[in-house]
Unconditional design. Structure first.
Lengths: 120, 108
């Protein structure tokens, strides 16, 4: 069974840092690009970052570029999102998502999400 | 790529036929996906490639369209279908993967 389990969320002060993890199981992790998607309270879904299957290519939405880093450890089946210089507008539930092999780059599995609260 | 999803919300009854539309600012071929999100839960893939039904998704869900205009149809609304639905483009490079604004389907 495919599972994605996020962890690392919590309360952080503005300007602080946090590292999210997404532990994958039930599939060959190194075969799939992965994404982070967030959802602010009461709002819609927003793409945050993406990483290729081998970790060689990374992408970020404009608002987090230079503050967030995405990485993966294929030997540990784990995806990471290192978040720095956090702002109030970064407060959201963060989901990791797997890119399917359909050829249409859809997200066929999602984690349950981890809440990041940015507040003093 | 800009996404325009409509309506933003709708009220419907069990058994109703429901249609949600998604328009993109440029031609994306069939690189359009639909997700369902129930309150407090992660999104769930319904349709990929504009019209392909994800494994395990009931056949009352269907998708159509190509280019810039797409539609998600629920043929006979069931109680468990009251949720928010999002379209997503998966054409862009780099992979921004923009989502529509969402459509909340509520009970009439």
């Amino acid at each position: 069974e495919v599972q994605l389990v996020e962890s690392g969320g919590g309360l952080v002060q503005p300007g602080g840092s946090l590292r999210l993890s997404c532990a994958a199981s039930g599939f060959t992790f190194s075969d799939h690009p992965m994404h982070w998607v967030r959802q602010a309270p009461g709002k819609g879904l927003e793409y945050v970052s993406a990483i290729s299957a081998n970790g060689g290519s990374t992408y970020f939405t404009h608002s987090v570029r230079g503050r967030f880093t995405i990485s993966r450890d294929n030997s540990k089946n784990t995806l990471y999102l290192q978040m720095g210089s956090l702002r109030a507008e970064d407060m959201a539930v963060y989901y990791c998502a797997r890119v399917s092999t359909s050829g249409y780059y859809d997200f066929d599995y999602w984690g349950q999400g981890t809440l990041v609260t940015v507040s003093s | 790529i800009q996404m325009t999803q409509s309506p933003s919300s709708l009220s419907a009854s069990v058994g109703d036929r429901v249609t949600i539309t998604c328009r993109t600012s440029q031609n994306i071929g069939r690189y359009l996906n639909w997700y369902q999100q129930r309150p407090g839960k992660a999104p769930n893939l319904l349709i990929y490639g504009a019209s392909s039904l994800q494994t395990g998704v009931p056949s009352r869900f269907s998708g159509s369209g190509s280019g810039t205009d797409f539609t998600l149809t629920i043929s006979s609304l069931q109680p468990e279908d009251f949720a928010t639905y999002y379209c997503q483009e998966s054409y862009s490079t780099p992979p921004e993967r923009t989502f529509g604004q969402g459509t909340k389907v509520e009970i009439k």
